[in-house]
Ligand binder design. Structure first.
Ligand SMILES: Cc1ncc(COP(=O)(O)OP(=O)(O)O)c(N)n1
Ligand SMILES: Cc1nc(C(=O)O)sc1CCOP(=O)(O)O
Ligand SMILES: [Mg+2]
Length: 218
């Protein structure tokens, strides 16, 4: 999905991150409905401040829903748990351990993603350490988590012009504001609220994001 420098896709795809809290058994159906509604490249399991067993249970419930549909399933923060629970990869931030060590743990075939805030320097270091994609953000204010960095969309253009490693844009992205990021070259848009918080449900959220991406590229 993300792996393989030199194989960037010519389109921009949706990357879903799970809501801040949910019941895995109930959320399984919500996730299935969202993934059946349109094009989604990846799902990230992001649960903060919970025990490892809660992450394991959530992965066990949700991973098959994604993988059965050909959607990559990534674990946030933890490369070790990603391997243990059969995830397709892990996303690590600056506080989540050494990227090169995570690369070794994940092996060559699983995906490694890295948070790079507003810094091309961090992104270049991440790519050198073996990241399959780099994530820039937060592009817009978000209520999902506190953020300190506000990159200009131009960072996406500068990145895509100079490297083959795909880039993810994140932070406050909605159907209404995503066009500049898509046009600047984001390979993926990562969202939480735009889909799980959509007033007409998550499936409508996926359809709205897909439509907005397509319109931005038309
Ligand atoms: C795709 C993607 N990009 C950025 C993040 C943020 O990671 P991090 O900085 O480690 O913050 P937390 O998500 O762990 O709170 C992400 N998770 N996914
Ligand atoms: C998990 C996360 N990381 C960010 C970063 O800037 O690194 S912003 C963010 C939250 C994204 O949620 P929403 O789509 O609801 O704004
Ligand atoms: Mg993290």
């Amino acid at each position: 999905m993300f792996s393989g420098a030199g194989r960037r896709e010519e389109r921009c795809r949706l990357y879903l991150i799970t809501p801040p809290s949910f019941d895995p058994e109930t959320f399984r159906d919500t996730l299935a409905a969202a993934l059946d509604a349109g094009d989604v490249a990846a799902v990230q399991l992001r649960l903060k401040g919970v025990e490892d067993d809660a992450m394991r249970r959530a992965a066990e419930a949700l991973r098959p829903v994604a993988q059965e549909r050909g959607v990559a399933f990534l674990m946030n923060d933890r490369a070790d748990l990603a391997v243990e629970t059969g995830c397709d990869g892990a996303h690590l931030g600056r506080e989540d351990g050494d990227l090169a060590a995570a690369r070794r743990l994940l092996g060559p075939d699983r995906t490694l993603g890295a948070t790079c805030h507003d810094s091309r320097h961090l992104a270049m270091e991440a790519a050198e350490a073996g990241a399959d994609y780099v994530a820039f953000g937060a592009f817009f204010p978000t209520g999902t988590k506190p953020t300190r960095h506000r990159p200009d969309p131009e960072i996406l253009t500068l990145w895509t012009e100079t490297t083959e490693i795909p880039c993810v844009a994140i932070g406050g992205i909605t159907p209404q504001n995503c066009a500049p990021l898509v046009r600047a070259g984001a390979d993926f848009l990562a969202v939480v609220s735009a889909v799980w918080g959509h007033p007409d449900g998550a499936a409508a959220g996926v359809r709205a994001m897909n439509r907005a991406i397509a319109e931005a590229l038309a």
